[in-house]
Structures are given as structure tokens and as C-alpha cells.
Design a protein around this ligand. Structure first.
Ligand code: IPE
Ligand code: IPE
Ligand code: MG
Length: 247
């Protein structure tokens, strides 16, 4: 089926996932298969970002979360890190106006204090420029680790309890979730990981509790709108039970 046929089918089926999360993996392997340096794989992955943002807009997804750079990725060689940071700046520079015009609200989630000043400035700029939008929220997870996010939430709660502004019996699941980066987002309905790896790699450990998982063998630079729609179609055929018996 073509992308438009798939889109029509999705609409007939109804039940579009509100929140889709993607672990964008496989750029390095894509480059290696072509005997290219790894940064060219990352560069090629940028067009897949554009594809899934447009696909999400057309399908009516409300939140799109993209894992772009993990806390553990800081351990990669400095040349690869600086290539990724330059690409982040370039992506924001090139796409910010269009994203704004399309109704996309961009947010960057993670330990952004570790970003180089130029990358940090680009992040702050696009966040401010698109803050008023509401059609699609694009969460870019950069310098993000889920365990660090959970520890940060626990520490905030401890500080508030110590300051006397929060009582221990007020600490429930909702209070905890409110102190995560994703505070105002519903949990992801669907998580896609590209390039076939069957692991979470420290992404959204709390938020994925009842998310439907889909592992795609496609390498990220080859992933396009059609692949997104096929994933949503697969999601629409799942039976989400949340621990209950089927209706
Ligand atoms: C995903 O591609 C991008 C980042 C993690 C930054 P990889 O760079 O991990 O590609 P592979 O897994 O080596 O193929
Ligand atoms: C996960 O991919 C992080 C991102 C896609 C940003 P990795 O390539 O870093 O994960 P591992 O090392 O294969 O688990
Ligand atoms: Mg990888």
C-alpha cells in the first residue's frame, strides 16, 4: 500500500495513538553498509525525522517523542558527539520556521545543561519560538537517561518534603509523574524501535509501563512515513488489556 492508502486505512480504523515514541537507531549501520563515515548516517537520519513529523501531523498524532541522544551516548568518540551536536543545530536552524508554521510545539527533554553553548542556544530558541503551538508536541530527548530522570524526580520530592511543602502521604504515582520531564504528556501508546534491537536502552522506563512495543528491522535513515503508518496499523490491531480480562 502507498502512504496515502495506508493513511486512509488508519482513518477508517479510527483509534490513532495519541502519543508515539521512537528510538531512532541504526544510523551507524546504515553508513557502514555504504562504507561511509558514521556522521553521514546521522545526517541521512534527519530526513527520516522530517518524514515522521509530517506523518504524525497528517495522521493526527498529538505527541511525538524522539530519542535522539542518550546520556550514555556521551561516551561515544568526541568527533561523533560534535557531529551530532552540529546536526541538532542545523536541524533547528533549517526546520524551526516550518515547524512553527505547521503548528508543532518543540520541546527538548534531558540534561540540556551538558550541551555546548551553541546547541543550547538553538534549543532555547526553537522552544520559545514554537511554545504557543498545540497541533503536535514534538519531544526531542537529548542527553536523556530514564534512570537519571527518575532519580531527579525522587530528589525533587525529597527536597519538597524536607522544605515542608509536600507531605510523604501526598507522594503517589501522579505526584511522581508530575516531577518527570514528561509531566504534561500522556504515556506513549506506541513505542517504535528501529534497526531490530530488542531493548529499551534507558528510555522512558516509567512512562512505557503499558505501551505497545514495535521493533522494526528498518534502519533509521530508511524509515519513512509509510513505515510509521504501517506501525500505527499494527498498533490498531493490538488488544490492550491493562491487566484486565478482555471485554
Ligand atoms: C542512532 O544510531 C543515533 C544515536 C544513538 C545517536 P546509532 O549511531 O546508534 O547507529 P548504530 O546503532 O550504530 O547502527
Ligand atoms: C539508543 O540507541 C539511543 C538513541 C537512539 C538516541 P543506542 O544505539 O545508543 O543504544 P544501544 O547502545 O544499542 O543500547
Ligand atoms: Mg545504536
Amino acid at each position: 500500500m502507498t502512504a496515502n492508502e495506508l493513511l486512509a486505512q488508519l482513518r477508517v480504523n479510527g483509534a490513532i495513538p495519541r502519543h508515539v515514541a521512537i528510538i531512532m537507531d541504526g544510523n551507524g549501520r546504515w553508513a557502514r553498509e555504504r562504507m561511509l563515515p558514521r556522521p553521514l548516517g546521522h545526517r541521512s537520519g534527519m530526513k527520516s525525522v522530517r518524514e515522521v513529523v509530517e506523518g504524525a501531523l497528517e495522521a493526527g498524532v498529538e505527541y511525538l517523542s524522539l530519542f535522539a541522544f542518550s546520556q550514555e551516548n556521551w561516551q561515544r568518540p568526541p568527533v561523533e558527539i560534535s557531529a551530532l551536536m552540529s546536526l541538532l543545530e542545523e536541524y533547528i536552524q533549517r526546520e524551526a520556521d516550518e515547524l512553527e508554521g505547521q503548528g508543532v510545539r518543540v520541546r527538548v527533554l534531558g540534561d540540556i545543561d551538558r550541551l555546548a553553548p551553541a546547541a543550547r542556544a538553538a534549543v532555547d530558541r526553537v522552544t520559545a519560538q514554537t511554545a504557543h503551538n498545540s497541533k503536535l508536541t514534538l519531544n526531542l530527548f537529548i542527553s536523556y537517561g530514564s534512570r537519571a530522570e527518575l532519580v531527579r524526580a525522587a530528589r525533587r520530592i525529597a527536597d519538597e518534603v524536607q522544605a515542608g511543602t509536600l507531605r510523604p502521604e501526598q507522594v503517589d504515582e501522579a505526584a511522581f509523574a508530575e516531577r518527570l520531564y514528561t509531566a504534561d504528556c500522556p504515556d506513549p501508546d506506541l513505542l517504535i524501535r528501529t534497526s531490530g534491537e530488542q531493548r529499551i536502552s534507558n528510555f522512558l522506563l516509567w512512562q512505557l509501563a503499558y505501551t505497545e512495543l514495535l521493533i522494526s528491522p528498518v534502519l533509521w535513515p530508511d524509515f519513512g512515513r509509510t513505515n510509521l503508518y504501517e506501525a500505527i496499523l499494527d498498533f490498531q490491531n493490538r488488544d490492550r488489556r491493562f491487566g484486565r480480562v478482555p471485554a
